[in-house]
Design a protein around this ligand. Structure first.
Ligand SMILES: [Mg+2]
Length: 287
């Protein structure tokens, strides 16, 4: 068991927070919390939420406090030390050049009004995150390509991230600096902390997790994800040649053992079986 360690990066909503339609296995979060408390494990939340909503979710759902948090869809990274949250300024410096010195307001002005596009609340915007609502039934790909064209003409390097909040059936479109994605933020943290690729596992459930799920980062798609996301993840991972870095958690029993945080642990056991052995040894079986 010597020397094993894990940088466990996980999305929050509908990945470790059981706020989807599907059932959560009994005491799944309790086991997940005990797992994350092990000295070999560093926990990183990777989420679209902003700081206060991350803290609210931790309190409301009794989730473990993380060591780091990548928030606002990858535009901010915090380190958490004894309950205090510190923003990593190195990350802002890393993503700042992509927008060519333009402010969020200037990016918004460049995009201008478009059919169906509606700005999200001020609390969901930040210096490097411009977020819109867009009806789920709209032709979001067309809107995204129009935005991409318009920003490209101005030399702005942006990532456009589309996702759907399933509980409210709301389409969300984020315009971010190109490198300010969940994937780049995870890779940045991995390098800063000196973890090898095989010591990192990511878990997610939805559209804005796809860039990580289909990358070389060892990833877990929880079983409660929709069939659309499962199909897209399989297809893109295979196109990218990273099928072996995508694990689909499954409900192998009737109690949702592949859903939410139980699915995350299923994925960890898949990539690093030594962890399962370790926890059995410590009297913390996953049953
Ligand atoms: Mg999610």
């Amino acid at each position: 068991m010597d020397g094993i360690r894990l940088l466990l990066c996980t999305d929050m909503d509908r990945t470790v927070i059981p706020n989807g339609e599907q059932p959560e296995q009994t005491s799944a979060r309790e086991r997940f919390t005990r797992f994350c408390a092990q000295p070999e494990v560093k926990l990183v939340y990777v989420t679209g939420r902003h700081l206060h909503l991350v803290q609210d979710a931790i309190a409301e759902y009794g989730l473990p406090e993380p060591d780091y948090a990548i928030t606002d869809v990858g535009t901010k990274i915090y380190q958490v030390i004894e309950g205090e949250w510190f923003e990593l300024s190195g990350w802002e410096a890393e993503i700042d050049p992509d927008w060519r010195g333009k402010s969020r307001q200037q990016i918004e002005d460049l995009i201008g009004p478009m059919d169906g596009l509606r700005l999200q609340e001020a609390s969901k915007q930040n210096r490097h995150k411009l977020s819109y609502y867009l009806p789920v039934e709209s032709d979001y790909q067309k809107v995204m390509s129009r935005i991409a064209d318009c920003l490209q003409q101005q030399g702005v390097a942006a990532s456009l991230i589309w996702s759907v909040d399933e509980t409210t059936q709301t389409g969300l479109l984020d315009v971010l600096p190109r490198n300010a994605t969940k994937l780049h933020a995870i890779e940045f943290l991995q390098q800063q902390l000196g973890y090898r690729r095989d010591e990192v596992v990511f878990a997610g459930d939805s559209g804005n997790d796809l860039p990580v799920l289909t990358s070389p980062v060892q990833s877990v798609l929880v079983a409660n994800a929709t069939d659309e996301v499962k199909d897209a993840a399989r297809q893109i991972a295979s196109e990218n040649g990273y099928e072996s870095a995508l694990f689909m958690a499954e409900n192998t029993r009737i109690d949702g053992d592949g859903n939410y945080s139980a699915g995350v642990l299923q994925g960890v056991w898949h990539y690093v079986p030594a962890f399962e052995t370790l926890f059995e040894k410590r009297g913390m079986t996953h049953e």
